[in-house]
Design a protein around this ligand. Sequence first.
Ligand SMILES: Cc1ncc(COP(=O)(O)O)c(C=O)c1O
Length: 390
Amino acid sequence: MPPTVTTQPPLYDTADAVARIAAASRRTQQPQSRADLVSLAMGEPDFDTPQRVTEAAQASLGAGRTHYSPLLGEPLLREALAAKLAGIAQAPVSAADILITQGGTAGLAASILGIVNPGDKVVIPDPTYSLYGDLVAMAGGTVVPVPLAPDLHWDLDRLADALADAKLFVFCNPVNPTGIVHSREELEVLADLLDGTPTIVISDEAYADLDYTGRPFTSAISVEGLRERTLYCQTFSKSYAMTGWRVGYLWGPSPLIQASARVHNTFNGSVNTVVQDAALVAVESCAEDVARMRAAYEERREIMRAELTAIPGLTLSAPEGAFYQFPRYDLDLPSVEVVAALRTTYGVAVRPGSEFGAQGEHHLRLSYAAGPEAIVEGVRRLADGLAALR
Ligand SMILES: Cc1ncc(COP(=O)(O)O)c(C=O)c1O
């Protein structure tokens, strides 16, 4: 007689939202690092946080600033950010419409969960930063990925089609993973496409200070027709080498900020007081540090590009901003397999292009936030690995 099969209910019945994220997520967990591994995988500056920021945090602790901060954030920090954004937007910016967040991640989470209802259509470029799709899945929305043009900029015809009836369009500029910078002209076309629609835009400008095009960087909030519909998402992580501090901010139309604040406060309460005191010093007096690190990344970009050009079978992206190269390779192997082989056998860690969207397949994401020696050695190992996989 066959054994009787009884279906047991799961021991711990977790939320559908968790299953939706797991089903949608393309994110790969970085395996444990090894001493002999060269990593070009991390989107993380190898610089220390500027000293005066660290000192400000120590002074704040010494002054006993260890109590709850206001729910939208410290007033002095919000005032300083409003003044900075007014310069970028070339329009009045009220500190009342700034929400300090637990890094860019929580800013994106608060804004997406504050906007998206189950079933809502959310357009994202493909490939793009992988968190957006996961957050839309968490909210129960439907992600509509729009493949990029061959030069990795937006395919405006496809974007126009996809944006019909979209509740939200989420993008980053400069772009993780492609390193592309969207120009003022592209943003103006986006404004025209959305004219007369209620579609909301989230512009994630985490890498705004890392633009090597020689043109002034164009923020979405400086473009007429986008500003009124855009939630601007920013973080201190990249510009100020403050990834571990977990501080960022949102600015946008008051009702959208109120909605985001409701979600953010429910998840996080207020943001760490000492960290906000330190962030104020970053905004007010670290412009030279930002410029110094940016200049270093620009040099590293050249080092990486020169090393990569010598590798047969790689098509390079135009690295205009952020600190990423997104080369396409000509092997008939999925990027997760290439990445696993490079890591295990050749001792170099990079990210699979498929992590950032189906169209990212057959690409690798390399970060030049690593130091120059790591870049040269890492690309040498990449070249050996790709040659052996042929
Ligand atoms: C485009 C983009 N936005 C947001 C973030 C998240 O930044 P944070 O460290 O502030 O959470 C990242 C981090 O890699 C990113 O690449």
